[in-house]
Design a protein around this ligand. Structure first.
Ligand SMILES: [Zn+2]
Ligand SMILES: [Zn+2]
Length: 336
């Protein structure tokens, strides 16, 4: 082989290596593309006061289009490794382990979920409502778990000012499917959405989740019981694993839903755009909500777009469906 041929081959080889690198990179990039995963982070089994075994509960969610589930029994950490290996479809459905730390302060129920905790955390107690919450949040963080604060209006236990005092917590329930948790407030007590805007308006970043808190799987149509399928989150993540899902949730890259599905949600420095996946004959109204709960704009077009003025402090969106279902996107802060 002549020198010039050898040189030509070397160049071709280098070009192929480069192509492989570029192509490999492109393949990697597309593997990293994010998609939406449906999940519920609050459910009970017979390991506390639920009526069904972990197997049965998992089966219900698996058969109803979910991608991930947390079994959160009261002060009990259910092992999920066995369930995960039986499921055998790690890119379609995973179990994330968890528990509901079930504490109280002067008879007020204070329940904090610990998601993906390394080991069981026992209730930590404390000398005020906020103190009990904080001690439990700290204990969950200490074992690499992600906390979320549950049903603040259950027993009218947790106020917005209690929640404002808590540090190192990103998630709380703005919708809980249990029939006795007073999501909407009333009789002079604020609902969870009003509490949320109160907290956000002081500059605290707190994201709103929707959950089932299901206990009863034997009587699915009975709304006097806490049945499954009423509240969930749709999380945007690069892949389906506990770390990715929980990281995305703590960054607010998800929406809460009681039955509304979005085709897409985009927020950048200029605007929020919401593309609703319509269902049947339902009609939709999108409210863009700012500081102190003020409705900044109401849109009936789909996609619904809100362009920032820059002086809103924060903007979040609520999609209201004509049969009472809803979706909530997370606040986008401006000039905080
Ligand atoms: Zn609870
Ligand atoms: Zn519960």
């Amino acid at each position: 082989m002549s020198e010039s041929n050898k040189r030509a081959m070397r160049i071709r080889g280098a070009a192929l290596t480069l192509l492989a690198l570029v192509f490999g990179f492109a393949v990697n990039q597309s593997a990293q593309e994010k998609r939406w995963y449906k999940g519920n982070t609050h459910t009970h089994t017979i390991n506390s006061d639920g009526d069904s075994t972990p197997d049965e509960v998992v089966r219900w969610y698996r058969e109803h289009g979910y991608n991930f589930l947390v079994l959160s029994d009261h002060n009990y950490l259910t092992e999920v490794d066995g369930l995960n290996s039986v499921l055998g479809a790690a890119n379609k459905f995973i179990m994330i382990k968890g528990e509901e730390l079930t504490d109280e302060f002067q008879k007020k129920p204070i329940h904090i979920n610990g998601l993906n905790v390394k080991e069981l955390v026992v209730p930590q107690h404390g000398d005020s409502v906020a103190g009990v919450i904080q001690n439990n949040v700290n204990a969950i963080r200490k074992v690499d778990g992600v906390p979320h604060i549950n049903h603040p209006n259950f027993g009218w236990a947790i106020s917005a000012s209690d929640l404002k005092a808590v540090k190192n917590n990103r998630l709380f329930e703005i919708y809980n499917g249990h029939p006795q948790v007073n999501n909407l407030g009333g009789g002079g007590m604020p609902g969870l959405e009003a509490m949320w805007d109160d907290i956000l308006s002081t500059g605290i970043t707190l994201y709103g989740i929707a959950v089932d808190d299901a206990h009863n799987f034997k009587t699915p149509g009975d709304r006097t019981k806490s049945t499954p399928g009423h509240g969930w989150v749709m999380v945007r993540a690069a892949s389906l694993n506990a770390g990715e899902i929980l990281r995305a949730m703590e960054q607010g890259d998800f929406y809460a839903s009681t039955g509304v599905t979005l085709r897409d949600y985009q927020a950048d420095g200029k605007q929020i755009a919401i593309n609703i996946a319509p269902s049947g004959t339902s009609k939709y109204t999108v409210q863009f909500i700012g500081r102190w709960g003020k409705v900044l704009k109401e849109v009936t077009a789909n996609p619904a777009v809100y362009t920032f003025n820059g002086d809103e402090f924060y903007v979040r969106a609520k999609v209201i469906e004509s049969n009472g279902k809803a979706a909530w996107t997370q606040p986008v802060f401006l000039n905080k």
